[in-house]
Design a protein around this ligand. Sequence first.
Ligand code: FAD
Length: 421
Amino acid sequence: MNSSEPIVIIGAGMAGLACATWLHRAGRPVLVVEAAEAVGGRVRTDLTPDGFRLDRGFQILLTNYPEARRMFDYGELNLQTFRSGAVIRLADGQETVLENPLHAPLMAFAALASPIGTLKDKILIGKLVAQLAGRPPAQLLAQPSVTTLAYLRRYGWSEQIIDSFFRPFFGGVYLDRELNTASNFFEFVFQQFMQGSAALPALGIQELPNQLASRLPAGTIRLNAAVATVAEGGRLVHLANGETLAAAAVVLATDGPAAARLLGADLPAPTPPAALPTTCTYFATAGRAPSHGHRLLHLNARPDALAHNVAFPAEVCPALAPAGQGLVSVSTHGEHGLSEEALTARLRQELVVWFGPMAHMWRHLRTYRIEQALPVYAPGQPVQQELKLSDTLFRCGDWVSYPSLNAALGTGRQVAEMILG
Ligand SMILES: Cc1cc2nc3c(=O)[nH]c(=O)nc-3n(C[C@H](O)[C@H](O)[C@H](O)COP(=O)(O)OP(=O)(O)OC[C@H]3O[C@@H](n4cnc5c(N)ncnc54)[C@H](O)[C@@H]3O)c2cc1C
């Protein structure tokens, strides 16, 4: 590999930035070219004119992610954590608060004579906690899999706890309320929740990519630089503006569909997995947001609901809302087929029933519809596909592994190690 030319990384999402970070730390020249006007890819935060910081879709960092612990300075990010647990709105409209369901499961489900789960269900949660404690995350991910739903049934949990706890909780993580996502990923995520916290940087999720970008030398990242094609097996990169860049090697750190487009016919182009959509609708409240559990996620187990998960991010990170106002983030997973206006009206009706008539007054701020939010991760899918396509062409990102920040960061690091090694 000719080392006088830079390694060109296409995409400044978490995978591309992680790869650039590791290469730069080892002294290799790197150039990151990014189509968008800012770094982050799917990890972005918008500052509105009236002072709200809105993440593009509700998203959290699990602080125990092995790759995140290697990569970020948590102190500098000023991470703020949700409380471990959730407020759950059950199918009959009743609400229950679970404190620490994955850390202290027996207490959580037994507390308040919780209407969730049978005695056997509670014992099984304790059994899984014990079973996963201390197991290396890579070992959990390497296991054979079935769908999460099949796994939960096989483990012996009742349909009642599946519908009232697992479906709204893990369906929210996967953006898949059918729980078709592979069970090896379920065990990984369950363990990550058990052993760490769900956190947000004080100024929003984009502080994650911003921190990585800030450590690269000036000029390393070119924004507004869409790549049109990759040629000569990774030695040339043609930008959409007509410019050509010479490269020692190319790293495709785009999302799956973009990687398939860029590789072209004469290069190996594996089909990217399908992706799951989600919609995040933000409302502003005058005064503090009326959450039903301070710093807790609110999950909706009602099967007919569109307000699947509700969070009050400014309770956790006050700087996300201007002083004296609150922020409500409502996630709707999957296809709903509604216009923004119709969805907002439907959500408002549900929120009025859930949080009271003051929800009529909440001001709709913005709606983010994210078509390609998470790649599908189905049973039997490999935990990681080949990252090296040739000596001068590599790829990384969640879509070549599993749907998580940890996978994006980890595949970026592994590509850097392959290039350096
Ligand atoms: C709403 C939502 C919620 C999520 N919640 C969580 C969560 O709670 N926890 C978790 O771990 N993960 C979560 N994720 C997943 C996580 O955000 C992703 O796994 C991760 O950000 C993927 O990073 P990436 O670098 O692989 O891809 P991307 O972020 O998609 O980055 C690819 C980059 O390539 C650029 N690009 C594409 N084509 C070109 C081109 N032709 N030229 C130049 N640049 C190009 C894109 O602009 C983009 O910046 C969530 C995702 C979403 C959308």
